[in-house]
Ligand binder design. Sequence first.
Ligand code: C5P
Ligand code: C5P
Ligand code: ZN
Length: 475
Amino acid sequence: MALNPLTTRDHDVIDLPFLDAVSSFAKKLSHGDDYLVVSHHDADGVTACAIMVDLLRSLGKKVDYKVLKQLDSITISEIKDFTGKILVFTDMGSGHFTLLADHGVTDFFVVDHHNPECESPKQINPHSFGFNGGIDVSGSGMAYLVARALGRIDFAHLAIVGACGDMQDSGGKLRSINRMIMFDAIEQGTLKVKNDLRLFGRQSRSLVQMLAYASDPVLPHLTGNKRGCTQFLELNEIPVRDENNRLRNYVDLNHLERERLTTALYIHLLDANTPEFVIQRMIGEVYTLMREEKKTELRDAKEFATLLNACGRQEQPEIGVMVCLGDRGEYLALARSLLENHRRQLSAGLDYLSKKGVESKENLYFFDAEGEVKESIVGVVAGMAYGARIIPPDKPVLGFAQDRDDPDWLKVSARANYSLLRKGIHLGNAMNEGSSKFGGEGGGHDIAAGARVPKNKKEDFIKEVNNIFTTQVSN
Ligand code: C5P
Ligand code: C5P
Ligand code: ZN
């Protein structure tokens, strides 16, 4: 299978009105002296936070930052103490104008890619210009565009990490605004892009680990079977160790070996009746961060994003922000240990889900992970379970976990896929509408969203969301 290099700026579609709007927004934002950047705790939020903090510092401003699991009526109290500062929300805020007004927060800017609740001069959002924030640009991409408008272009590659964290590369390539940012990073020498095998761990995992832990797509007879992976590699004449007896990673393979392995996997999946479109997802663009050490998690954008997700979702997002801002010592070591924890928790979550299974309504699946899976990772577990076909792809899934802050409330994470979106599913709207009916709050993207709901309204909420999905697919 031929793996082609990617060389030219093949795409330049970004409207000037959008970039002009970013520019005038950026100028307005830069007029203050003392800022608090408030961001979301996943990889996109953490990179967005770092890009904004770096920008404001480079402009000589005083900057603090705070990373939240989400913005809601409980977490908003965490930013109340920072009076006198200009708040800059990144990767959050567009769905929270009413919440902010209700809590008397007035001095703020929003740099976001979630569906906007309203139009406002305090906000820059791609949806207002006909782009889709779910796929065309991430929160960190929006933060980068603001920084770029003010002459700070150093962190384009971090915006690519953020986009990969939000899975905006899942079609096999970045598009639209993300693509423009990608070429900025290539031109700055911080990023290299090529078409290659997209399995997770190509930099930092051994070949056997990379194959044995593959979840998107699952490799029949190989995922979960280290011995089978070793035999598969030997059969295809790909040595698992180098001449010094060290384990080889995918990036150690030469071009011919990479093509041989990719072809062998392709045939293996075809033999196992894996649908062609799933196999296709295995090959596509891979994003290499050229200034990072080879064979580390930071060298590959998807692996970097997972490291940051681990920090955020293990409730220590500041560690991720420090790594993004350049720490390669103490904080990177801490981030790596959080990643170990994160992996253990995700795999325990997936095991739990495989044993327990999902329940089904006409238009959705749901599972109850209260006490078993933390609210911060229930969405990741739901998404991975889709990838691993533990949950069938024909309906959206809702995962329920105990709310961290209140025993009487539940956190719900919802996940869908592109074929469901084509039928009309919009999870962000469903979470927002469904939760508000029971005094909760929620939102998000079409494909990934979440909410808080009172525990005693769980059944009613499921029924309500099931009805909302019925309406969505029949419109
Ligand atoms: O708030 P933010 O936009 O960063 O969150 C989007 C979240 O949805 C990310 O954590 C991302 O991993 C998740 N997602 C997903 N499946 C997709 C797209 C996004 O789980 N296909
Ligand atoms: O937490 P989770 O990864 O499931 O979040 C998925 C998406 O839903 C994120 O974009 C997040 O910002 C959004 N969300 C929300 N309100 C909540 C929970 C999640 O808008 N209460
Ligand atoms: Zn985001």
